[in-house]
Design a protein around this ligand. Structure first.
Ligand code: AP5
Ligand code: MG
Length: 221
């Protein structure tokens, strides 16, 4: 199974991609997470990335494409399926992924688009906390840690992402809204688009994704 999980900031891509990866025993790659790992170091690339990510702007396509190319070309990834979370973000990236897969005789199975109203996104992101050590995503509203600012799983410190400040959140949402329509049409034309309402509790959203994937597969067979 090869999937991309698309949607605005805060809609639950990371949360749902983890569940999908576990359900289908596939790998979960988030371009955002990959970039934040690079940001922890001090390289020429990390300096470049910080300029975009901290301001909530998209990283240039050449850097993103190279990151995806490298991620998907390792042997473990080739033999297993994957879900890409937060990639592609524009038509250039969508076509780049298709070219990459075409070169190895593979195809994307489905593009899942999670949608939610912007007020909900702002609320969710304002109360998100992330473990600085293992990356688990918390919400002060729906799944707060047992102990304030400490990860239940690994004891790491919970932090608020730099790009989760209100103005940066609004900018990220606006960029998504400006870039998304062409990708949506692209995958719709390819007949692999699955649209799922991202509002509701995490398990209900997950079940809707599973139902849609199942009916998508049945239609294809
Ligand atoms: P990225 O890390 O991908 O950020 P994003 O797209 O803005 O999305 P988020 O991670 O903020 O939200 P999410 O949808 O994963 O939601 P989550 O599950 O955490 O990218 C960051 C930056 O990297 C970009 O701005 C850009 O600079 C760069 N970048 C990355 N990819 C790029 C690309 N392809 N091209 C160019 N640049 C790129 O959930 C949010 C909160 O809501 C959590 O607290 C969670 O617990 C809670 N929650 C989840 N589901 C529910 C629910 N059903 N009900 C209530 N709360 C929920
Ligand atoms: Mg995410």
């Amino acid at each position: 199974m090869r999937l991309v999980l698309l949607g605005p900031p805060g809609v639950g891509k990371g949360t749902q991609a983890d569940l999908i990866a576990h359900e289908f025993d596939i790998l979960h790659y988030s371009t955002g997470d990959i970039f934040r790992e690079i940001l922890k170091g001090s390289s020429e690339l990390s300096g470049k990335l910080a300029k975009y990510i901290d301001k909530g702007e998209l990283v240039p396509d050449d850097i993103v494409s190279e990151t995806i190319r490298r991620t998907l070309s390792n042997d473990g990834t080739k033999s297993k399926g994957w879900v890409l979370d937060g990639f592609p973000r524009n038509l250039v990236q969508a076509k780049m992924l298709d070219d990459l897969l075409c070169n190895v005789n593979q195809k994307l199975d489905f593009a899942i688009y999670l949608r939610a109203h912007r007020d909900i996104l702002v609320d969710r992101l304002a109360s998100r906390r992330v473990c600085s050590k293992c990356g688990i995503i918390y919400s002060l509203q729906i799944n707060p840690p047992k102990e304030n600012s400490i990860c239940d799983e690994c004891g790491g410190e919970l932090i608020q992402r730099k790009d989760d400040e209100r103005d940066t959140i609004l900018k990220r949402i606006l960029i998504f809204e400006n870039e998304f329509a062409p990708i949506r049409h692209y995958y719709k034309d390819e007949k692999i688009l699955i649209e799922v309402n991202g509002i509701g509790n995490v398990n209900d959203v997950f079940n809707h994704i599973l139902e849609n994937l199942k009916s998508g597969q049945e239609r294809r067979n």
